[in-house]
Ligand binder design. Sequence first.
Ligand SMILES: [Zn+2]
Length: 179
Amino acid sequence: MFDPITHARAPTGALRLSMNPVTAGQDCMCCRNTTARLSVADIPLCPTCAPAYALDEPDIDTVAVLIWLPQMDQGVLGRLASAIYVAKTHPDAASGEGAARAEQANLVFLALYKLREQAQERFGTNSPAALRRIVSNTPCDDLFGRQGTSGLRILMRGQWFGADPDFYTRTLRLWAAGL
Ligand SMILES: [Zn+2]
């Protein structure tokens, strides 16, 4: 099971995003909900899950935040986040039933986003970049007791990295259209 602390111990520089196409038809290894479109450290991922893995991207903190959510694994959180952002992006989100659904999705997002305060309280940070720095400098023995049980998760914030800021919005439009 994916755990941010264990993942953050990867060798420095290993956790960069690769936009090269992955083998056609591969599912996202994290949420298994949709087709992988990119990879991090050769792990095929969808755009919602990729930021949780891409901890060496220089602007990771603008794209993702640490939250405390022990009840839900990272893959389930990825599915939920995708559903939230699709509901907010759907073409009918501007009016009627679509607007109500978009508002509900936004409330769910805000409830998840608030859990960053618990991550801050328990770990002294809610920054994925800080987690990467701290954990990669911490001796393994000091981390052993927390392996796989931290309860930390990484929430995608609904925006993409600076190299192509509109990439996620374009992906959501395709998903909302059922493509
Ligand atoms: Zn995914």
